[in-house]
Design a protein around this ligand. Sequence first.
Ligand code: AP5
Ligand code: MG
Length: 207
Amino acid sequence: MKLIIFGPPGSGKGTQGARIAEKLKIKRISTGDIFRDHIKRQTELGKMADKLIIEGKLVPDDITNSMVKESVAGLDSYILDGYPRNMIQARFLEEEIAPTEKVIHLDAPEDLIIKRLVNRRVCSKCKANFNLLFMPPKSEGVCDKCGGKLIQRDDDNEDSVKKRLEVYKRQSEPVIEFYREKGVVQTFDASDPPDKVFERIMASLDV
Ligand code: AP5
Ligand code: MG
């Protein structure tokens, strides 16, 4: 099964993508997570991506495309989170990597997205996602799953979020039309609670 989880920043791609991957026992490939890992290790790519990510801009397509191609090599099943993000990447995926069987499209209003993102906290160790308003950890600043320290992403401030939303509208929204024409898109209301969204996604998958 070759899946994409698609949607604006904060729609729940990471939250739902991780649950789907766990349930289906498939690999989740998050381009954002890969870039953040490079930033942490201060690789050449990390140094370049750091600035772009804080500014809410996209990392260049050639770098992102070859990184994804390498990540999925040899895999029959996977779920892509954060890729493709523009038409160049979508065409590369379909023509140079493999055709996508289903796009899980998460839809959420902008005011909710901003609220979610400025209140998101992520585990510095296992990358689990929490939210001070909607999915708080059991004890403040500590990951429920592994005890790691919870941190805030550098791009989770109101300025960066607004820029990311602009980029999504301009560059990423056309991608959903491209896949709609292929008849592989299913849209879900991502403003509902996480369990409800997950239940609906799983019911729609032919597994
Ligand atoms: P990326 O890491 O992909 O970020 P994003 O697309 O902006 O999406 P987010 O991770 O912010 O949100 P999400 O949809 O995963 O939501 P989450 O589940 O965390 O990319 C970051 C940057 O990397 C990009 O801006 C770009 O610079 C670069 N990049 C990445 N991919 C690239 C590519 N292909 N090409 C070029 N550059 C690329 O949920 C958000 C919060 O809400 C959490 O706190 C969560 O707990 C909470 N929440 C989730 N679901 C619910 C719910 N149903 N109810 C209540 N709260 C919820
Ligand atoms: Mg994410």
